[in-house]
Design a protein around this ligand. Sequence first.
Ligand SMILES: Cc1cc2nc3c(=O)[nH]c(=O)nc-3n(C[C@H](O)[C@H](O)[C@H](O)COP(=O)(O)OP(=O)(O)OC[C@H]3O[C@@H](n4cnc5c(N)ncnc54)[C@H](O)[C@@H]3O)c2cc1C
Length: 376
Amino acid sequence: MTFSTDIASIWDKIDRIDPVAYGQTRNYVDGDVTYLSPYLSRGVISTRQVAAAVLAKGYKPEEVQRFLQELAWREYFQRVWQQLGDDMFDDIRVNRTSLQTAALPAAIAKACTGIEAIDLGIEKLYSTGYMHNHLRMYTASLVCNIGKSYWKLPSQWMYYHLLDGDLASNTCSWQWVAGSFSSKKYYCNQENINKYCHTQQKNTLLDHDYSLLPTLERPEALLAQERPELRTELPSTPLPSIDPSLPLHIYHNYHLDPSWRADEPANRVLLLEPSHFAQYPVSKKVIDFILALAKNIEGLQVYCGEFSEIPHAYQVPSIITREHPAYQHIPGLKDARDWMFPQVNRYYPSFFGFWKKASPYVQKLSPAPLQTAAAY
Ligand SMILES: Cc1cc2nc3c(=O)[nH]c(=O)nc-3n(C[C@H](O)[C@H](O)[C@H](O)COP(=O)(O)OP(=O)(O)OC[C@H]3O[C@@H](n4cnc5c(N)ncnc54)[C@H](O)[C@@H]3O)c2cc1C
């Protein structure tokens, strides 16, 4: 599995979406999923663009509701971050800090839990930077609810490797599985894994009836712990060359949209701040992916350094970026992100509260992008 980075092949993937088959098969590891998350997370394309492209083919919203809802999950988690701020990185609804360990089971890090589908999923995560949604849920459930690890470090481990690493989807999903952002913990058993991953295993750590899973002691196989080293090596780059008579347009690891203000003369800088990656480390594979996507943006200079070190940053006529919770410290104008539901911008404790408000707007999903300043 490879993720091409040129715009034509990304739009080709969008064109090939079968939203009806998606609804029927998305839970299977070989189901008809889109593999669009690395591009959505990096802001190359938006959930609104994908939803509008699918609806433009004539599907009625109710026929493709499952697909639209999944896109809306991403947006929901982004709104949670926007509204809660950094409180999102602690238990959101239910305190789970009393779990037995804060580290990661070594069997997970080494992909040797004995559950074939999960082990293969982790190996693929390392080699491709992608993991199917169900395997993410199985892995998180095994770590938090069977291995009794606190969700934080394991979520950072997974985020580190994902090309689609998105702090909101990742943190909230781990908390959802662990039961700190939901009303109950998520459990899966071997039978469920066998069904959706086409395996036929028996007598594994998870080969139990659902009623037994919450009562199990931490299994021997998950007792050994480790703290994986998560560190980002950024390439060294020269200071960007800035023309002080032109605006400064800032791109970042979640904002790589080649169509954003594309016609305006500007200094365009992709800012990869060491301070951001020290807090939220990602692998070299992820950095390489970001750099490859950046090639779609004409005239973009890559700068691995802090915003405050950009020459002439305070002499240019304006500084513009896109609103994002991780980049609030960038001064200047912040354009709104291209939301599916710009109207639904409050905090909802559950996705279904959000969806209830959002779904009436599905009919009105605008085919035109929302790129006005400060309307978030
Ligand atoms: C423990 C855990 C960690 C996760 N970490 C991340 C992460 O770091 N980054 C990330 O983008 N997604 C994350 N997800 C959500 C989901 O697994 C991925 O978005 C999805 O698997 C991406 O593959 P796809 O594009 O083929 O998805 P598809 O199934 O084709 O879905 C289309 C799009 O809908 C959205 N979507 C689908 N399912 C979900 C979901 N459960 N939650 C949020 N949005 C969804 C995504 O934007 C996705 O690209 C996580 C889920 C879990 C359970």
